[in-house]
Ligand binder design. Structure first.
Ligand code: CDP
Length: 222
């Protein structure tokens, strides 16, 4: 069984930044599972199809390639909204489940060609559904207002226009849809450790999480 760190949490909670830093520090391969849903959404939107149409969404999910996951257009709010709609479809989730499990079973080599010690995967259902036996499960959260502030900053840094009120409203709507869906809703696994990042900066979050992972790696003799 591969060493897996599962990080779940709502939109803009800081889980992506944390996952990237942990991956680099501990030599783990990193997968942002949100990108799989976003890439699917981008293909659906490009085909002018309905994100709620299972046939169109599954066909789009099957087109995912490494290049599609690097498209800068994935970060738009329109793509985020569409991804949250199609992510409620069981057939889409089934399609993407295999990709995520394959990633951890055969993680890609690291930037310096080194073999990774395992994988860190962030998303909504990683600790609950995708990797219920993950070695470490973190649930990263923050208040909606702070998360909206972070997302506005992120969007503006990329040169995208962002209005705080609109971002907050869209994010609350997306969180409600992600938490309320029947299949694999956004939720902390019973054995996850919750980190509330509302009053913490990225370094403080990293410190808390890296202590937990260092202990788990030692326990697994890795
Ligand atoms: O970056 P942000 O937290 O805003 O979102 P994301 O992680 O890129 O995920 C985009 C959308 O994909 C979410 O709102 C979910 O609807 C969906 N998603 C999911 O259902 N399950 C996952 N494991 C990851 C993302």
């Amino acid at each position: 069984m591969a060493f897996v760190v599962a990080i779940d949490g709502p939109a803009a909670s800081g889980k992506g930044t944390l996952a990237r830093r942990l991956a680099e520090w501990f030599s783990l391969a990193h997968l942002d599972s949100g990108k799989l849903y976003r890439a699917t959404a981008l293909f659906v939107l490009a085909a002018s199809a309905d994100p709620a149409d299972p046939g169109a969404a599954v066909a789009a999910a099957r087109r995912i390639s490494p290049a599609a996951l690097g498209d800068p257009a994935l970060s738009s709010e329109a793509v985020a909204r569409a991804s949250s709609i199609l992510s409620a479809l069981p057939a889409v989730r089934a399609e993407l489940l295999a990709m995520q499990r394959n990633f951890a079973a055969r993680p890609p080599a690291l930037a310096d060609d080194a073999r990774p010690r395992g994988a860190v995967i962030d998303g909504r259902d990683i600790g609950t559904v995708v990797f219920p036996d993950a070695a470490v499960k973190l649930f990263v959260t923050a208040s909606p207002e702070i998360r909206a502030e972070r997302r506005v900053k992120e969007l503006r840094e990329r040169g995208a226009p962002a209005i705080y009120g609109d971002v907050l409203r869209d994010m609350k709507e997306r969180d409600a849809r992600d938490s309320g869906r029947r299949v694999a809703p956004l939720a902390a696994a019973p054995d996850a450790i919750t980190i509330d990042t509302s009053g913490l900066d990225a370094d403080q979050v990293f410190e808390q999480a890296s202590d937990i992972i260092a202990r788990a790696l030692a326990a697994h003799r890795l």
